[in-house]
Write a protein that binds this ligand. Structure first.
Ligand code: 3PG
Ligand code: MG
Length: 393
C-alpha cells in the first residue's frame, strides 16, 4: 500500500498543517533526545522550499486535556529551528484566536509551532468542534506523526477528514519499512522482545510468532514466561493474569516448531537500585526477596548467537533495567548483536531506541522507528487510524 505523499501536494503560498510527533524526552525544560525532531525535518524542508506556510502541531506527554506547564511544547521550537536552519515561531495557543492570528502572520516559507494539542480536551476525544477549529487554520494537511498514528485523535483523523490529506516522508517511510517485515521478510527472521509488561506485547508476540523463525524474550516480561514454564520468579515483575496466554503462546510455538528463547540466567537484586546487593543466578533459581533486573551473561551470549545469522531482525524493548548501570549489560549485548547482524535490522521506538542512541549504535541499524506503540500495533497487523486517514496514491 502506497500512501499519497506530500510531494504530490501543491503547497506554494498555502497554509499547511503538519501533524508531527514531537513527544520528546525533556529534562529541566531541555530536549534530551531529538530523534523525533530530526525525523520530521525532510518533510518540513520540502514544504518550506516549495513556499508553504507551515503550521506544525504535536502532542507532548499526557496532560489529559488541560494546560500543564510541564508539557509545554515551547522548548521544541528552538531545537526544530536549529535542525531546519531557520527560525520557528511558537504560539502559546492550540487553535484559538492567538493561533489564528499567528497563522495569519505567516509568510511563504515560514514555520510556526502550535502549543501542545493535548492541552485541549477535544484532541484525544476527536471532538468535531475542535477538529473544525484546527482544520480552519490551514488549507492542506500533512500527517508525519508516525509515533501517534495508532491514536484516533482530532489532529490525526479529524483533521484528515476536513482537509486534503497527505502523508509526510516519515509516516510513509515507517509504514513501508515496517510493512516489509510483515509481508516479505528475508529469512531467518528473528524478533527480540523485551520491556516490562507482557500484557502490552502479547498481541504483537502472537502476530510475530506466525511470521518469524525464532522469538527471543527478555526484559521484565520474561518472568511471566519463566513462571509459565513452572519456575519460581521470586519478587520479579510478574503478571499472573497473563500466564495462561503465555502458556498458549508457548504451546503454539512448539506446535509450529518455532524456538522461543528465554533467559537461562538472570541478574537479580534485592532492590531496583544501583547499589543494591546483586548476583547472577540460574533462571529457575530466583529466590524470594530477589528480583530479576537483567538477563545474565550466558543468556546475553545465547541471544546474540540467535541473532548472528538473522537476515531480518526486529527488536523492541530493553532486556533489563538498562537505565541503571549494573543492569545494562544484557541490553548492551543485544544492541551490539542487532547492530552487528548482516541482515535488515529494525528497532522499535521508545526505550530500545533510547538504549541504542545511548550506546552510540543508532546509525548501525537499518531503521530506527520513531514509533513505540505505533510500530507494535502495525506489526500486530492492525490498520492504524493515522494511516487509514490518508488517501492512497
Ligand atoms: C509515544 O511516545 O508513544 C507517542 O508519541 C504516542 O504517545 P502516547 O502513547 O501518549 O499516545
Ligand atoms: Mg506510548
Amino acid at each position: 500500500m502506497e500512501l499519497r505523499t506530500v510531494e504530490r501536494a501543491d503547497v506554494a503560498g498555502r497554509r499547511v498543517l503538519v501533524r508531527d510527533d514531537f513527544n520528546v524526552p525533556l529534562e529541566g525544560g531541555r530536549v534530551t533526545d531529538d530523534l523525533r525532531v530530526r525525523a520530521a525535518v525532510p518533510t518540513l524542508r520540502l514544504l518550506l522550499e516549495r513556499g508553504a506556510r507551515v503550521v506544525c502541531c504535536s502532542h507532548l506527554g499526557r496532560p489529559k486535556g488541560k494546560r500543564d506547564e510541564r508539557y509545554t511544547l515551547a522548548p521544541v521550537a528552538p531545537v526544530l529551528g536549529e535542525r531546519l536552519g531557520r527560525r520557528v515561531a511558537f504560539v502559546d495557543d492550540v487553535a484559538g484566536q492567538a493561533a489564528r492570528s499567528a497563522v495569519d502572520g505567516l509568510g511563504d516559507g515560514e514555520v510556526l509551532l502550535l502549543q501542545n494539542l493535548r492541552f485541549e480536551p477535544g484532541e484525544e476525544a476527536n471532538d468535531p468542534e475542535f477538529a473544525d477549529r484546527l482544520a480552519a487554520l490551514a488549507d492542506l494537511y500533512v500527517d508525519d506523526a508516525f509515533g501517534a498514528a495508532h491514536r484516533a485523535h482530532a489532529s490525526v483523523v479529524g483533521v484528515a477528514e476536513r482537509l486534503p490529506a497527505y502523508a509526510g516522508f516519515l509516516l510513509a517511510g515507517e509504514v513501508k519499512v515496517l510493512s516489509r517485515l510483515l509481508e516479505d521478510p528475508e529469512r531467518p527472521f528473528v524478533a527480540v522482545l523485551g520491556g516490562s509488561k507482557v500484557s502490552d506485547k502479547l498481541a504483537v508476540l502472537d502476530s510475530l510468532l506466525a511470521r518469524v523463525d525464532r522469538l527471543v524474550v527478555g526484559g521484565g516480561m520474561c518472568f511471566t514466561f519463566l513462571a509459565a514454564e513452572g519456575h519460581e520468579v521470586g519478587d520479579s515483575l510478574f503478571e499472573a493474569d497473563q500466564v495462561d496466554a503465555v502458556k498458549a503462546l508457548l504451546v503454539a510455538a512448539e506446535r509450529d516448531g518455532k524456538p522461543v528463547l528465554l533467559p537461562t540466567d538472570v541478574v537479580v537484586a534485592t532492590e531496583v537500585a544501583e547499589d543494591a546487593e546483586r548476583r547472577t543466578v540460574p533462571a529457575d533459581g530466583i529466590e524470594k526477596g530477589w528480583k530479576g533486573l537483567d538477563i545474565g551473561p550466558e543468556t546475553a551470549e545465547a541471544f546474540a548467537a540467535a541473532l548472528s545469522d538473522a537476515r531480518t531482525v526486529f527488536w523492541n524493548g530493553p532486556m533489563g533495567v538498562f537505565e541503571l548501570a549494573p543492569f545494562a549489560a544484557g541490553t548492551r549485548r543485544v544492541a551490539e548483536a542487532v547492530a552487528a547482524a548482516d541482515g535488515f535490522t529494525v528497532v522499535g521506538g521508545g526505550d530500545s531506541a533510547a538504549a541504542l542512541a545511548e550506546l552510540g549504535l543508532a546509525d548501525r541499524v537499518d531503521h530506527l522507528s520513531t514509533g513505540g506503540g505505533a510500530s507494535l500495533e502495525l506489526l500486530e497487523g492492525k490498520t492504524l487510524p493515522g494511516v487509514a486517514a490518508i488517501p492512497t496514491a
